[in-house]
Design a protein around this ligand. Structure first.
Ligand SMILES: C[S@@+](CC[C@H](N)C(=O)[O-])C[C@H]1O[C@@H](n2cnc3c(N)ncnc32)[C@H](O)[C@@H]1O
Length: 443
């Protein structure tokens, strides 16, 4: 052991979820960015802990649902750094699931893998099941060495360089999870980078992060189709500085031929004929058109002017998540699976308060996801700040109150897990306007 990042046995013990690890420097909890990048040390970003918790829960759902088959599961933590993500999979899942998992951790940084394996040897897994295999090298080479059921790509910046090879490595049915921290590009602030990497434009408005996730899904689905595959989103999340999409990937030439049906445009302040086309294409709730909505989606075949600043895309116009996968992400299940339990004389040195704080972080990481599952099939996401400006009716209404009003009126609606106060609904636009105005009479 030893090397550029020092000796792990002299490292700082830390815990995320139920999994302990050694780090070369103490983590700064609550910080947004990586503490330990550079300086010859191991990258660990506490701000990504929610993403790792959701990853454990999604893998649990995928195993239970049978989508990863019934035999050994070949999983790859592609840009592993501290290896914590893969270590959390095999440690926090129940023993009978973990024993099916063979998890490979890949990183260019040999020191990072040494620290990961030292933590694994020292702390093991709670049930003694699960295999962890280190591979030092370039993900684009390592990933093609065998078929995989589960691949995680969590890069610095854009995932674009890693997507094509990851798709080629997949078994007939598997799951890929991809993070992106090039949010300035994906949300339209860096227009040339967005066009170069993803071939799209995004309007920088309240829905820019949702549009960015949909641009990623569109770009990934095109790569998948080139390899006779289709994607089916399970979960799409905007969490602080990163966007993350998780999707099932399946071999199907006939469905890959129909890819264009899942792609299209998002238009801000649409004209009446655009809303009618959106309704006709099944991309917008039926509506009387007494009020025009803030935005709608259009099929790829619709003749949009790509220089029109109202238009974002091409982007994914299908659901950005799967209701069954999302319904499993409850706070109680998250705590049951990943929540650490206080013990006196804790090795990491945590007192009861620190355990409680970590349990709160675990709960927060899935907030609103299971609730939103009931209406994820509708892509009508409404940011309440934008709604009140659009209707010119004062302070933004509470998403919870709008949702109550709409559900009492018989529509599907839920507070969204999107990173701005918002709700998702299948209600016609006039019902949304009525709800907003009833809760908050016009000024
Ligand atoms: C953002 S960090 C990964 C964080 C990690 N997934 C986690 O959950 O903590 C990116 C890692 O990718 C590694 N890396 C960068 N380019 C790589 C490549 N082409 N192949 C393999 N690893 C690479 C870096 O050394 C770094 O450890």
């Amino acid at each position: 052991m030893g090397g550029g990042a020092g000796d792990p046995s002299n490292g700082f013990p830390h815990r995320e979820g139920r999994t302990e690890m050694f780090l070369p420097v103490p983590p700064q909890l609550g910080s947004q960015g990586p503490r330990s990048k550079g300086s010859g040390s191991v990258f660990y970003n506490p701000a990504m802990s929610g993403s790792r918790t959701r990853s454990v829960l999604l893998l649990k759902y995928a195993i239970e649902s049978g989508m990863l088959g019934e035999r050994e599961i070949y999983a790859l933590d592609g840009l592993a750094a501290s290896g914590l993500r893969a270590r959390r999979w095999i440690n926090e899942l129940p023993g009978e699931m973990a024993k099916r998992i063979s998890a490979t951790i890949v990183d260019l940084d040999e020191d990072a893998l040494k620290w990961a394996m030292e933590s694994h040897v020292r702390f093991g897994t709670s049930h003694g099941e699960g295999r962890l295999i280190p591979r030092n090298g370039d993900l684009r080479v390592e990933v093609l060495k065998s078929g995989r059921h589960w691949v995680d790509i969590d890069p610095y910046g854009s995932p674009a360089p890693f997507i094509d090879t990851a798709i080629q490595s997949m078994a007939r049915s598997g799951v890929i999870e991809i993070s992106a921290t090039d949010t300035a590009a994906l949300t339209g602030s860096s227009r040339t980078a967005l066009m170069r990497r993803y071939g799209a434009r995004v309007r920088t408005d309240g829905l820019a992060h949702d549009s960015g996730m949909r641009v990623m899904l569109a770009s990934i689905s095109r790569s998948a189709a080139r390899h006779d595959r289709i994607i089916s989103p399970l979960l799409s999340v905007w969490d602080s500085h990163h966007l993350r999409v998780s999707f099932r990937i399946l071999k199907s030439v006939s469905s890959a031929n129909n890819l264009e049906g899942s792609l299209g445009w998002r238009v801000y302040s649409p004209r009446e004929e655009e809303v009618l086309s959106s309704i006709d294409a099944g991309l917008h709730p039926q509506s009387q058109l007494t009020h025009l909505p803030m935005h709608c989606m259009l099929p790829l075949s619709y003749p949009v002017d790509r220089r029109d600043p109202r238009v974002s895309g091409p982007l994914w116009v299908g659901p950005s998540g799967d209701s069954r996968a999302m319904s499993c992400m409850t706070e109680s299940l998250a705590l049951e699976t990943c929540g650490p339990i206080f013990e006196e004389g804790d090795f990491v040195g945590w007192d009861q308060k620190k355990f409680e704080m970590e349990r709160r972080r675990i709960s927060r990481s899935v907030r609103h996801i299971s609730e939103e599952s009931v209406v994820v099939g509708s892509n009508h996401l409404v940011v309440v700040d934008d709604l009140s400006s659009w209707l010119e009716n004062g302070a933004p209404p509470s998403p919870r109150r709008i949702v109550s009003y709409l559900t009492e009126a018989g529509h599907l609606a839920a507070v969204s897990s999107y990173g701005r106060p918002s709700f998702r609904t299948n209600a016609p636009w006039e019902a949304v306007v009525e709800a907003a105005e009833s809760i908050q009479p016009p000024m």
